[in-house]
Design a protein around this ligand. Structure first.
Ligand SMILES: [Zn+2]
Ligand SMILES: [Zn+2]
Length: 426
């Protein structure tokens, strides 16, 4: 036998049972987004590397260490997207979507790629869903993003959630805070990890989200951004808080929340599952008032979030919530003998107008076919042999009670729909 090839490290297959749950989660997300007035956008999974260098930020770990970057056959530098926001903004500018209205509300879902150390719940190809609100500086938009994320996660059945919120300030506040942090860290450089020495040179604020214990200990004593926020930024945060608490979001202000990307201004937020811990966020986002400009557009304030499918699926599992996917099979059609296949094939065609139907492919003994039907979880088996064909009927077997019924072939769809409806009423 030829050598088998395995999936690459850091990737995973979403097998049918899991995939039907994913589909249900994605459908819920699309549904709530439409309820909030968002429309879907799909962008390519690879882009010019420069988009992420300028968008995600040159000093971030994502761009410095984790991007899948390669040269294509023409020598262009290409990267698999590590996140969707820069792509969405590129598309927004490229297609002049601003013409469609003052504010644009978009949602997306799909795979993202980061060359990170694979670990529990961390993959090199992972999947995100998210939204962007482009074109408003309003705190109401920040609150809408937070509430939408919260309502989505609650809606699919998660409990024990907490949202942490912070403000990173405006341009003015950030320059001031950056200066403060640089001064603070300068005195304590010997207590930081090697990576943080580099971070200190590139962008000292990046030290604040180092995961190393030694660095966390230093950061715990660092000055908080809240202490230097300008009046306008304080008001903005207060307005977000006021709106979010009206929606019963269980949140708190966490002045240590910085998030790992360069583009955030003012509001940032993250939602986590209390039992998995604050470091395992299910999703988060924030306001990014400079990004559109950084990517060559006019000054355009925006806010958004993304959430991780793998993390959400794990949290649902931990909560013991089974999101109902559509794995239900209504009927298994079991032809008896080769000559029954044309009639069975025609019956499948009829029933598939409304039901989920499995048609047996091979000429097998009936008891084997019924065993397959029960393994597939079929609600009914429709048995057709030469006798049934000559009488113009089909033998319906209730796979739960074992009862059998003779039903005219022309009535089969009506009969099954009626029985399945009774099931749903029980
Ligand atoms: Zn400010
Ligand atoms: Zn560090």
């Amino acid at each position: 036998m030829a050598k088998r090839i395995k999936a690459m490290r850091g990737t995973h297959d979403v097998l049918p049972e899991q995939a039907s749950r994913w589909r249900a989660i994605e459908d819920e997300f699309a549904k709530i987004c439409r309820q909030y007035g968002y429309r879907e956008i799909r962008t390519p999974i690879f882009e010019a590397t420069e988009l992420f260098e300028r968008g995600t930020g040159f000093s971030t770990d994502v761009v410095q260490k984790e991007m899948y970057t390669f040269e294509d056959k023409k020598g262009r530098r290409v990267s698999l997207r590590p996140e969707a926001t820069p792509s969405v903004i590129r598309a927004y500018l490229e297609h002049s979507l601003a013409k469609q209205g003052k504010v644009l509300k978009l949602f997306y879902l799909g795979p993202m790629f980061r060359y990170d150390r694979p670990g529990a719940g961390r993959y090199r190809q992972f999947h995100q869903l998210g939204i962007e609100i482009i074109g408003t500086p309003s705190a109401v938009a920040d609150a809408e993003a937070i509430v939408l994320l919260w309502e989505f996660l609650r809606g699919i059945g998660l409990s024990g959630l907490k949202m942490r919120v912070n403000s990173l300030g405006c341009e003015k506040c950030r320059v001031e805070y950056s200066r403060l942090i640089r001064e603070f860290l300068k005195e304590r450089l010997e207590r930081l990890c090697d990576d943080c020495h580099e971070r200190f040179e590139r962008n000292p604020l990046r030290v604040l989200d180092c995961k190393q214990e030694m660095c966390k200990a230093v950061v715990a004593e660092a000055p908080e951004i809240g202490s230097i926020l300008c009046e306008a930024c304080q008001e903005h945060l207060a307005e977000v808080e006021n709106l979010v608490s009206q929606a019963n979001v269980d949140y708190y202000i966490d002045s240590r929340l910085v998030r790992g990307l360069d583009y955030y201004t003012r509001t940032v937020f993250e939602v986590f599952h209390v039992s998995s811990g604050v470091d395992n966020s299910l999703g988060g986002g924030g306001r990014y008032d400079r990004l559109v400009e950084d990517l060559g557009g006019p000054q355009t304030p925006a806010v958004g979030f993304s959430a991780g499918m793998e993390r959400i699926a794990q949290a649902l599992e931990a909560d013991g919530v089974d999101v109902k996917g559509e794995s239900r099979l209504d009927v298994f059609i079991a032809p008896m003998g080769k000559q029954a296949f044309p009639t069975a094939f025609k019956l499948a065609l009829d029933l598939r107008q409304a039901l989920s139907v499995w048609l047996e492919f091979d000429d097998r003994k009936i008891d084997r076919q019924l065993r397959s039907a029960s393994r597939l979880g079929a609600r009914f088996a429709a048995i057709i042999g030469s006798e049934e064909i000559s009488k113009g009927i089909v033998k319906m077997k209730d796979m739960i009670s074992g009862e059998q019924f003779e039903v005219p072939q022309s009535e089969a769809l009506k009969w099954l729909k009626h029985r399945l409806k009774e099931d749903s009423l029980e």
